[in-house]
Each structure stands twice: as C-alpha cells, then as structure tokens.
Ligand binder design. Sequence first.
Ligand code: SIN
Length: 294
Amino acid sequence: MSAPAIPSVVTTNMSVAKLTATIGAEISGAELGEIARSDALFAQIKALLLEHKVLFFRDQPISRAEHVALARRFGPLEDHPVVPSDPDCPGLVRIYKDLDSAPEHYENGYHCDGTWKQIPPMGAVLRCVETPPVGGDTVWVNMVRAYEDLPEHIKGQIEPLRARHSIEATFGAVLSVERRLQLKETYPDAEHPVVRTHPVTGERILYVSGFATHFVNFHTPANVRYGFDYAPGGSQLLNYLIGRAAIPEYQVRWRWTKDSFAIWDNRSTQHYAVQDYWPAVRKMERAGILGEPF
Ligand code: SIN
C-alpha cells in the first residue's frame, strides 16, 4: 500500500515588489523548497515569471536537491558542454570564478543562454553560493521592451531576418583548434529568427545577443544594392540590434547575497554577469531548463 500523500503547507503571505517599471520583481514571504512542493504556489510563481520576466528571492538556504526539484518543475534540466555540473546533481551547472580560473579568459556580454543550440533553454534557476565582498552583480534585460522601442522602419527591415548563433566563436574561442572543431561538430551553429514570438504570452522579442555572428538571409536585392550594403552594412545593423540590450531603461540589476536566487525567462530576457570583483571569488549554481522548439 502506498503511503498517504502529505499535504504541503502553503504559505499565504507571499509579497511581490517590482524592482523597476520594466523588469524584475523580488518575492518575499515564500520559501523556495515549499514552492517546489506545492502546485498552487508553483502556479503563482510561473505566472509571476511571465509578468516580470525575472524573479528574485533572498535568504533561501535550501538543499541542492530542492534547487534541482524547483527547476524541474518548469521542465527537464540540461548540462553545459563547457561548464561542469555538480557531480552529485546533474543539471546543476557550477559557475565558479575562483583563483583557479584564469582571469584573462573572463569574458562576458549580454546574452540569452544557449542560443547556439537549435532549442535554447526556456529559463534557469540561479543560486549565489558565495558572493564577493563587492561587485559581481547580474543585470537582466527585457528584450520585449527592447523590440517594442525599435523604430518602425527597423522593425519592418528585421521582420524576415534570421541570424546564426555560435558556440564555436564564444565558448570555443579559448579552446585548442581540435577541441573547438569537436565542439562545433557536437553543437553546429544554430539559426534563429531575429524577432522571436514568446510561446506563452505571444510577445515579440528582439532575439539577437552576444552569440549571434551574422544574418543568414540579409544578402538579397531588397537589402543589398552595393557590396558596402552587405559588409559592413549587415554587420552594423546586427551590432545596433545587439547593442540595444545595454540600454539601462530596459534593465534590472541584482546585488547578490549568499543563498539569494534568481529565476528568469530565458526567452524574453538577456543577462550579463558583471566581472568587477576580481581577485575575489564568486560562486553560482545554475539549473538550466530545457526549452521548446520554435
Ligand atoms: C549566466 O550567465 O547564466 C550566469 C549569470 C551569473 O553568473 O550571474
């Protein structure tokens, strides 16, 4: 006989504080382990995530198993081909920047995680394990708003465009030629629309970031009359679009403390982990959640 289900205790005093008018909300009065166990609480969090795009929580000393269980509520987890996962918790990627990491290889840029795959992650649940005394914040950007604010003629021009996204040119850049070619064979560059539609909300999203290398269908008579229109014309347009994520009005910036968490929708946002703390140590653990085809 199976054991009777133990009803989970549902916290009712959850409160939501918007952090900017554009993106991000801090949730208090809710415990993440409890959210992982409760259908009702999880449904609330899922709805809040669609509304605010990134949710923040402080003081959540949950176990790694609870962290993984919470993220799995959204969907199956995935490891990263270059950044190792916790050996006891597959899917929990360790983003540890410590004294063993080579500072000269630190790089960052505004990005959606994993757009170098044909099916990038839908989101992630990130915990701060160790925070540097100063710096190490993460910035998230509302890419729906970035799209909405584009001039109408740019919206028209980019509507049919598609872009190539590459792991080879980013994570692969510091590898030996052999390892880079191997990586590229396993993860051939992906192609995505420049403007993506959110599968749940229907919002239009500007979908190029640091992983995008070039447009694949720009070189047509409609766009290119002279060679100059294509190079540098096409790459100038791509750089202009990529640069929109750096506009502060689209952003929220989160100051980490130990055991604080962020949950983000990776489809409608980009993020940037600010590298202004070296040589102090910063340790994060990220559960990345598998996305859907689009
Ligand atoms: C990431 O880029 O997914 C991690 C962000 C962070 O370390 O703050």
